[in-house]
Design a protein around this ligand. Structure first.
Ligand code: SAH
Ligand code: SF4
Length: 375
């Protein structure tokens, strides 16, 4: 049989528990095999059925014939002096995505910033991913594959107290709620004890505000929610985040309340606010923001705009960011200023993937640029 006519093997990497159980039933095996194989894949980072020693030899051989564990290819891996680690990963069609692991709290927290799409269709005016346009949705295997690669690289999960990845934020490239059907199974694997076993407070989905999907998300899974707000009036927000034309601020905040009502604990929404010089960084903006969020249990993260060529926007000075923070403080909000890399970042990794290969850029130049960056 030639490679062209060989039947395609089923990739088990992105399968949720339910899908894995159905797979084993479909090949005449018992459901409990799913948990065994999931542990090998996600706890041990194993992609070789032959090494799965608690499974009979006959089944291992059978699995190798019909299935595979295929993660993204690692094109580049680098670590910067502040402990941040980056991977450039090649996904199925030769596109690249970047995944970043950011340490915080003296190494106690290691947050992985995960991408959901190649490019993004929502075209926020200050986002370089948006400027690249939309190429395609990542599959569940490509999404969880980012966690799988990072964990394999840092070391297998020895015990729950010492996880290589302690938190995941869906803040890489793409709008996760525009790729709902792949993002949700991948997040289920992040939460599953036989997957990555992360608590719901440690898995965060960030969205620019796809309102109907926020409702669906709340019905199906319980994770932390971050909203990319960036402006407190519809006029300004529509300019920055065009999906606001379809789902305005009021409808977005209502969806946040509905989401919180579905959570079985006291949860807060994270509000992301990218500070852009002379656009949304003045006192009046802080006042509008504080008034708008009065009723919503939330915490605000301030993210200084990360400039990129031809964006037309500038980053505010550090002083201006601190002034904005102070205005919010006087209005009752403690809002940390997040940086896009470094010591304490739960947000704004979106920018780190902004340099991912666009189709015109030469691979070598790209690798060179991130190597310089990671030094
Ligand atoms: N699409 C999702 C998640 C990816 S973007 C969303 O928009 O929420 C992750 C975060 O990075 C978002 O809050 C986004 O607004 C922010 N971001 C994008 N471009 C940025 C830039 N140039 N500077 C600072 N933050 C940026
Ligand atoms: Fe897409 Fe988020 Fe960038 Fe907007 S900020 S273009 S939604 S990735």
């Amino acid at each position: 049989m030639t490679a062209d006519t060989a039947p395609q093997k089923t990739n088990l990497l992105g399968m949720s528990r339910q899908e894995m159980e159905s797979f084993f039933l479909s090949i005449g095996e018992k459901k409990f095999r799913a948990a065994q194989v999931m542990k090998w894949i996600h706890h041990e980072g194993c992609d070789d059925f032959a090494a799965m020693t608690n499974i009979s030899k006959a089944l291992r051989t059978r699995l190798a014939e019909v299935a595979e564990v295929r993660g993204p290819g690692v094109i580049y891996e680098g670590a910067s002096s502040d402990g941040t680690r980056k991977w450039v990963l090649e996904v199925e069609d030769g596109s690249y995505v970047e995944t970043v692991l950011i340490p915080a709290d003296n190494g106690k927290r290691r947050t992985l910033c995960v991408s959901s799409q190649v490019g993004c269709s929502l075209d926020c005016s200050f986002c370089s991913t948006g400027k690249q346009g939309f190429q395609r949705n990542l599959t569940a295997a490509e999404i969880i594959g980012q966690v799988w690669v990072a964990q394999r690289s840092v070391g297998p999960r020895k015990d729950t107290a010492n996880r290589p990845v302690t938190n995941v934020v869906m803040m890489g490239m793409g709008e996760p709620l525009m790729n709902y059907d792949n993002v949700v199974p991948a997040m289920k694997l992040m939460l599953d004890d036989d997957g990555y076993g992360l608590s719901k407070r440690r898995v965060t989905l960030s969205t620019s505000g796809v309102v109907p999907m926020i409702d669906r998300l709340g019905d199906e899974i319980d994770v932390s929610l971050a909203i990319s707000l960036h402006a407190a009036t519809d006029e300004l927000r529509t300019e920055l985040v065009p999906i606001n034309r379809k789902y305005n601020i009021r409808s977005l905040l209502d969806a946040c309340h509905r989401y919180l009502a579905k959570c079985d604990d006291t949860r807060m929404i994270t509000i992301e606010y990218t500070l852009i010089k002379d656009v949304n960084d003045q006192q009046v903006h802080a006042e509008q923001l504080a008034a708008l969020l009065e009723e919503l249990p939330c915490k605000i993260n301030l993210i200084p705009f990360n400039p990129f060529p031809h964006s037309g926007y500038e980053k505010p000075s550090r002083n201006q960011c601190v002034r904005f923070q102070q205005w919010l403080y006087e209005l009752g909000y403690t809002a940390p200023i997040r940086t896009t890399r470094g010591d304490d970042i739960d947000a704004a990794c979106g920018q780190l993937v902004g340099r991912v290969k666009d189709r015109t850029r030469r691979h070598e130049r790209y690798i060179q640029s991130i190597q310089i960056d990671a030094d």
